[in-house]
Design a protein around this ligand. Structure first.
Ligand code: GTP
Ligand code: SPV
Ligand code: MN
Length: 587
């Protein structure tokens, strides 16, 4: 338990409000987590699996109405509505404290209240930040122990500072009508109730490391972004680091664990994973941009993970992993999900807990947003710099969305400021990672639409300011789209490991000697500059995904205009000008 008076005072207040039967401080020790797992197994919150085939792994089934982030129930509570911006649901702090206090009142009666001190970032990093999550869910505690740093070292740090984020979480009745995920950036506080789902309940992740942290980053002059971080090692052994921001379920974990195609592996290329979802970026003493991954594990999409698409992820999740909402195989207590292999179990139990025969059933066995929670240390390609206190220097920033049409395979911004424009005009088709319709194209600037804890117009201004501070040291900015489809709806680009071919062009463009085509939207590769060796794709198809359809782009400009208008006068003038210039160039 901490000696920090502020923490104790707040925990006492929460205890008085939530009225648990018992309170347990979590130190992350193996013995303590073992006890919790045994308890969760006894009451069915966790299901044991085959200890030989999946050592240390468990299955959890969530409530059926609680399987994804609930964006309509997520609020940014600032004094002034304009500070939350049109990109967020806003309520005043007063209103939400008043509304949620009665919901938390007595919410933990008959339950245990767990107090989890945690650290985002390596514990010895000057950029690390502390939080304390109070929760009544063992599932949440066990997930937090994987996703964040939870240890006596963290408690020692907490003893010395009052700078911590207060996260209050209660499952309550999982009542969807009383589900709220409220952020109070002015108070460093998060209140989440009636959901047990990852992004709603693991408060270190999206709630803290993106929504609250983006607000802090704006004040303190750094950036909190929805980005993976990888190191790409060339045959000479040099490693260059890039960050990539893609919306939820658009390929970050897959790119973060990329295995080079044979022709690249044979030459000596390697890809190292630093992070798969969140990056905290700062300008270093050398003037360059440096990134740390504040997380300690991966909370990844399960369906589609297989030996071909992501063998590294498959290897990572063979042990010490919590699976949520996949198929249980009664024959040997193993797991299955859509896209694993062509051999689904006949004696299965689906994610809803019903008997499921994979050979005959027409329904999906695993939920499309079923997830694994697994320690970063398990990843066979975890970067040697994963724990580096100052992080890694970033050469390129890549934005990318899921677009059937319009966005080409890859293009480069003219400079950093233009790159901010490119990020701001991103749009992507919605996925199963959030509740609501799937496949609807919506603006998702920098893949941060659901995660920016303040007015996005101010966020764009902050990006532009960071670019000015970085000057000549600014990373190059790119946009990619792995998801262009043909007339039959099939993906044209093979994706996954083959994405290294695009990364190779990107890194070449970060040097001096790779020419490119100048187009209205930015620099595109000359088709011959994408390495097609050993690739099952015709030059015609490549040219197709490297083409820019002026009609589609003109329509795109019209919708961006409308989107920009939602920010009113707060939108930086520069972005308006870039949009007009783009419109001109498309004529
Ligand atoms: P979050 O954890 O929600 O932030 O998702 P993510 O961005 O990490 O996405 P992830 O890597 O888990 O991929 C999501 C889905 O996209 C999976 O179904 C993948 O199989 C699919 N996917 C990933 N990379 C590619 C690719 O290069 N091409 C195609 N066609 N699909 C991909
Ligand atoms: C996402 O939806 O972007 C995720 C999963 O990474 S969650 O933690 O639920 O946000
Ligand atoms: Mn994510």
């Amino acid at each position: 338990m901490t000696q920090n008076f502020k923490v104790k005072e707040w925990v006492n207040w929460a205890q008085d409000l939530c009225k648990p039967d018992k309170m347990v401080w979590i130190d992350g020790s193996a013995a303590q987590l073992d006890t919790l797992r045994a308890e969760a197994l006894a009451d069915g919150e966790l299901i044991a699996l085959n200890a030989d085939k999946l050592p240390g792994c468990y299955l959890h089934r969530s409530a059926q109405n609680d399987v994804a982030r609930s964006e309509d129930k997520t609020f940014i509570c600032t004094t002034h509505e304009a500070d939350a911006g049109p990109n967020n649901n806003w309520k005043s702090p007063k209103e939400m404290y008043e509304k949620l206090t009665p919901l938390f009142d007595g919410a933990m009666r008959g339950r245990t209240m767990y107090v989890v001190p945690f650290c985002m970032g390596p514990v010895d990093s000057p950029f690390a930040k502390l939080g304390v999550e109070i929760t009544d869910s063992i599932y949440v505690v066990l997930n937090m122990a994987i996703m964040t740093r939870v240890s006596p070292d963290v408690v020692a740090l907490l003893d010395k500072t009052d700078d911590f984020v207060k996260g209050l979480h209660a499952k309550a009745d999982l009542d969807i009508d009383k589900r709220f995920i409220c952020h109070f950036p002015e108070d460093n506080a998060i209140w989440s109730i009636n959901s047990g789902y990852g992004g709603n309940a693991l408060l270190g992740k999206k709630c803290f490391a993106l929504r609250i942290a983006s607000y802090q980053a704006k004040q303190e002059g750094w950036m909190a972004e929805h980005m993976l971080i990888i190191g790409i090692q060339n045959p000479a052994g040099e490693v260059k680091y890039v960050c990539a921001a893609f919306p939820s379920a658009c390929g970050k974990t897959n790119l973060a664990m990329l295995i080079p195609p044979e022709i690249y592996a044979n030459k000596g290329y390697k890809v190292w994973c630093v992070g798969d979802d969140i990056a905290w970026l700062r300008i270093g003493k050398d003037g360059r941009l440096w990134a740390i991954n504040p997380e300690n594990g991966f909370f990844g999409v399960v369906p589609g993970t297989n030996a071909k698409t992501n063998p590294n992820a498959l290897e990572t999740i063979r042990k010490d992993t919590i699976f949520t909402n996949v198929v249980y195989n009664e024959d040997d207590a193993t797991l299955w999900w859509e896209g694993l292999d062509k051999n689904p179990p006949e004696n299965g139990i689906d994610w809803k807990g019903n008997k499921w025969n994979g050979k005959t059933s027409t329904e999906k066995g695993a939920h499309p947003n079923s997830r694994f929670t697994t320690p970063a240390a398990n990843c066979p390609v975890i970067s040697p710099e994963f724990e580096a206190p100052h992080g890694v220097p970033i050469s390129a920033i890549i934005f990318g969305g899921r677009r059937a049409k319009t966005a080409p395979l890859v293009y480069q911004a003219r400079d950093f400021a233009h790159g901010v424009f490119v990020g701001s005009i991103m749009a992507s088709e919605t996925t199963a990672a959030q509740t609501g319709a799937v496949g609807v194209t919506r603006p998702d600037s920098m893949a941060m639409k659901p995660f920016c804890g303040y007015n996005m117009a101010d966020y764009f201004a902050h990006w532009l300011e960071m670019g000015e501070k970085l000057g000549d040291n600014a990373p190059e900015i790119f946009n990619v789209n792995w998801f262009r489809t043909d007339d039959d709806g099939n993906f044209i680009w093979p994706g996954f490991g083959e994405n290294l071919r695009v990364l190779e062009w990107i890194l070449a463009r970060c040097g001096d000697d790779m020419p490119a085509q100048v187009t209205p939207i930015g620099y595109l590769p000359r088709p011959a500059d994408i390495n097609m060796e050993d690739l099952d794709l015709t030059m015609d198809r490549l040219q197709e995904i490297l083409s820019i359809d002026k009609d589609l782009w003109q329509a795109e400009v019209a919708s961006i205009k409308e989107y920009y208008q939602s920010f009113g006068h707060r939108l930086p003038e520069y972005l308006h000008n870039e949009l007009s210039n783009l419109e001109e160039r498309l004529k």
